[in-house]
Design a protein around this ligand. Structure first.
Ligand code: SAM
Ligand code: SF4
Length: 329
């Protein structure tokens, strides 16, 4: 699939549920209203859409959410998609998770063909962890990370940089992650959805953070890529890779290779734009995939050039009204 700007679309992110067992302060309000269950695609329908995309050339698929591992029976979807790895057309099936269910699922994920998972962890301080996630228990996450590694999964840590909350702790996170043989990626907060917190206060430009890290570490630009938008540096002192996802300070749209499917069957061609394509109606309209295939082609033909996120004092309101948990991070 080639979009109007000549970009090869090969990566699909699927939000399998908008629900979550955490309420991270930058992601959703404490009293979040979730979608009525009746609006969700069934797991079989999600699989059918994924398979249609694989047929069209998607070779990397990431499951996300909400928290993907809280959706009931999600393992049946993961097992079926896992069977598509290799000759079935998929190069890779991965998962982004908050880690809360990893102790329970790590072995099954590995057995299904998943090789690596991204675990979102913003701090290793138990009190801060509780303050950021509102409902999370750090020990459970650390045990989940251990379980994943014991099961043979490669773990990458994703950390959202939050001014005045965890920015001072980043060197410690870096040394811990790299010391354990895990890559670390830092993410800027994106202005998505209503939250009951102040985004302007939370926002920490990664260019600033990188400058601070460079006072302590030798960072060398690296050609390392993981299929996503992160740009990596090699850290001489730790020997590990440090990624930066910088939608606000550095626009990464030129090389965008992905589209995102929500759990209701809406396709977002860009995380930072409102245009979407309804795949649920063509999916349900017939047992064959002709209508679905046509709707996918039409959507890819509308993929926009890029987003225009901005966070400054005049733009405290979200640029995009939907929360990240709907489209998936
Ligand atoms: N629940 C899973 C998790 O936390 O990893 C998967 C979904 S979560 C929406 C995916 C990623 O998006 C997480 O790393 C999270 O930190 C990040 N995220 C959520 N809201 C964000 C925002 N407004 N700006 C930047 N990153 C955000
Ligand atoms: Fe849940 Fe992930 Fe959003 Fe946190 S970032 S509330 S864990 S979906």
């Amino acid at each position: 699939m080639i979009d109007p700007f000549g970009r090869h679309i090969s990566y699909l992110r699927v939000s399998v549920t908008d629900r979550c067992d955490f309420r991270c302060v930058y992601c959703m309000p404490e009293h979040m209203t979730f979608l009525p269950k009746a609006e969700l695609l069934t797991l079989e329908e999600l699989e059918r859409v994924c398979v249609a995309f694989i047929r069209k050339g998607i070779d990397r698929l990431r499951l996300t959410g909400g928290e993907p591992l809280v959706r009931r029976n999600v393992m049946s979807l993961i097992k079926n998609l896992g069977k598509r790895i290799g000759a079935g057309g998929l190069k890779e099936l991965t998962l982004t998770t908050n880690g809360s269910q990893l102790s329970r699922y790590a072995g099954q994920l590995k057995a299904a063909g998943i090789e690596r998972v991204n675990v979102s962890l913003d701090t290793r301080d138990p009190d801060k962890f509780r303050a950021i996630t509102r409902w999370g228990d750090l020990n459970k996450i650390l045990a989940g990370i251990d379980a994943a590694r014991m099961a043979g999964l490669k773990v990458k840590i994703n950390t959202v940089a939050l001014r005045g909350i965890n920015d001072e702790e980043i060197p410690d996170m870096l040394e811990w992650a790299h010391g354990e043989g895990m890559d670390l990626t830092l993410i800027e907060t994106m202005p998505m959805g209503d939250i009951d917190a102040n985004r302007v206060a939370q926002y920490m430009p990664l260019s600033l953070l990188r400058g601070k890290l460079e006072q302590k570490y030798t960072l060398t630009d690296s050609s390392h890529r993981t299929g996503g938008p992160a740009r990596y540096v090699h850290v001489a002192q730790t020997g590990g890779q440090l990624g930066f996802i910088t939608p606000l300070t550095h626009n990464f749209c030129e090389s965008c290779n992905r589209v995102r499917l929500t759990c209701t069957g809406m396709l977002y061609m860009c995380l930072g734009q409102n245009d979407d394509a309804d795949l649920r109606t063509p999916l349900r309209a017939s047992a064959g995939d002709g209508l679905l295939d046509a709707a996918i082609d039409d959507a890819i033909g509308r993929k926009p050039k890029g987003h225009d996120f901005i966070i400054d004092r005049r733009h405290g309101a979200p640029a995009i009204m939907r929360n990240m948990s709907l489209t998936g991070g």
